[in-house]
Every structure is written in C-alpha cells, then in structure tokens.
Design a protein around this ligand. Structure first.
Ligand SMILES: [Zn+2]
Length: 92
C-alpha cells in the first residue's frame, strides 16, 4: 500500500485509485502539443497526457503540494503561503 509522508508527518494514502488527494499537472506547452496530436480514443489521449504530466498530491492536513517533477521518485514540497493573496494583474 503506497503512502507518502508529508513534512507535517501526515501520511497520504495513495492506495485508492483515483486518489482523492492526487492531481495531474501539465504545462501549457505540453497541453498545446496534445491539441496537435491526432485524434483518437480517450485511452490514447490519457496515455499521452500521463506521459507529459507531473504527478501532484495535496496534503489534506497542511495543504502542501508534493510534486513529482519529471517522474522523479522523490517529491518536491511546496508549502502553502498563509498570507498569499492574488496580487492585482498588470493589464498594461
Ligand atoms: Zn502535510
């Protein structure tokens, strides 16, 4: 039963599929390349998507994001900024 230990010491259970704390992240460049791929069955699209996407898990306890860049075996941790607020967009 695969599990990931978050820095807050919460154990994220990866056993359920789909994992409720799991996400797939994809760059805009890779997404554009998928648009130009030949159309096919949904299974083909999902296989191509998974090949270029990054696995992300969100700790349900502390909100950290654990990103497995480039299918790495170790996650990079991103801590939630409690003071984060969206700055106004520069529309100039
Ligand atoms: Zn955590």
């Amino acid at each position: 039963m695969p599990k990931i230990l978050c820095r807050c010491e919460n154990l994220i259970d990866l056993t359920p599929i789909p994992c409720p704390d799991g996400f797939e992240m994809i760059s805009e460049d890779e997404m554009n390349s998928l648009y130009s791929a030949p159309s096919g069955a949904a299974e083909d699209f999902i296989e191509r998507f998974r090949r270029v996407s990054q696995q992300v898990y969100k700790c349900p306890y502390c909100g950290r994001l654990l990103v497995f860049w480039n299918k790495d075996q170790k996650a990079t941790f991103y801590n939630l900024d409690p003071e984060a607020a969206n700055p106004p967009l520069d529309k100039t």
